[in-house]
Design a protein around this ligand. Structure first.
Ligand code: PMP
Length: 313
């Protein structure tokens, strides 16, 4: 990874190399952490964090699902994100990773007496599924691992331990030679990619699994739904059978890391080069992130790099 200089940890900026935890931290043993993945983009008016408030809200919801009180409020976390960007001089855009975890002091499964720690790191991270993938689409494969069901673990929370599910699917499909995994839910319908939501276009309509299909309520998914509405594209939120992916006119995935990435092939069925609806929504999305579309200006939280750098930690 592309290291930066400073990481915000429990209220202060520390050197990248010093942002450490004890090996007996609760989260390391049981996956008891929650996190976010956020991007900032380089706009004409400097770096701007994309949908920061919504990401911090989801972080709070994930934490509260696991009875984890975050010892900083939303304003403090927002300021900390700005500081991390400024302190590291990340004016060209970056990926931001807030992490809240149960720390050192308590072992065993009852976690409520463990301290809750918070860190925010940021670094430069290019296209998660590759520039080539964004332009021409990626090859995806359905994993044999099912997406965690909401009666087992709340699929709507973004918690560390939950990602073991995505990791198994990712490794399986990577070893088979594909760039991304698609997970079906326990009922056998399409749920998510390993770190993305999924969309299908058929006969001009945009179809995506509903939030009760064991998906993560993606913020990029929400952007695409809003942009599609503005574009007058019909949206259907319904269960998608696996084979519908093979019959689709277009398929794409969305996520903060993956952005809006077309799928060219699913399970060795050719979907083809990115189609017109994918391209239209992808263009709208990137225009929004780069601050080139006044209609979505309120999705951007501009960082005043010089002011944030001066703020006390
Ligand atoms: N589904 C899963 C399983 C994910 O990990 C992610 C990434 N956070 C997403 C969907 C997309 O969410 P977002 O657009 O908020 O990044």
């Amino acid at each position: 990874m592309q290291e930066a200089e400073k990481i915000w940890m429990n209220g202060s900026l520390v050197d990248w190399a010093d942002a450490k935890v004890h090996v007996l931290s609760h989260a390391l043993h049981y996956g008891s952490s929650v996190f976010e993945g956020i991007r900032a983009y380089a706009t004409d008016q400097g770096p701007a964090v994309f949908r920061l408030g919504d990401h911090l809200k989801r972080l709070e919801r994930s934490a509260s699902t696991y009875y984890m009180p975050i010892p900083f409020d939303r304003d403090a976390l927002r300021t900390a994100v700005h500081q991390v960007i400024a302190a590291n001089g990340l004016t060209e855009g970056c990926y931001i990773r807030p992490l809240v975890w149960r720390g050192y002091g308590v072992m065993g499964l009852f976690p409520l007496d463990a301290p809750v720690d918070v860190a925010i790191a940021a670094w430069e991270w290019g296209a998660y599924l590759g520039e080539e993938g964004l332009e021409h689409g990626i090859r995806a494969k359905t994993s044999t691992w099912r997406r965690i069901g909401s009666t087992t673990i709340p699929a709507t929370a973004k918690a560390g331990g939950q990602y073991l599910n995505s990791i198994l699917a990712k490794i399986e499909t990577h070893k088979a030679g594909y760039q991304e995994a698609i997970l079906l839910n326990e009922a056998g319908y399409v749920a998510d990619g390993s770190g993305e939501n999924i969309f299908v276009v058929r006969d001009g309509r945009l179809i995506t699994p509903p939030v009760n299909a064991s998906i993560l309520e993606g913020i990029t998914r929400d952007c695409i739904l809003q942009l599609a509405r503005e574009e007058g594209i019909e949206i259907v939120e319904r269960e998608i059978a696996r084979a519908e992916l093979y019959l689709a006119d277009e398929v794409f995935v969305t996520g903060t890391a993956a952005e809006v990435c077309p799928i060219r092939e699913v399970d060795d069925h050719l979907v083809g080069e990115p189609g017109p609806i994918t391209k239209r929504l992808q263009a709208r999305f990137f225009a929004a992130t780069l601050g080139r579309d006044p209609r979505s200006a309120d999705w951007l939280d501009h960082v005043d790099v010089s002011a944030s750098a001066e703020q006390p930690t």
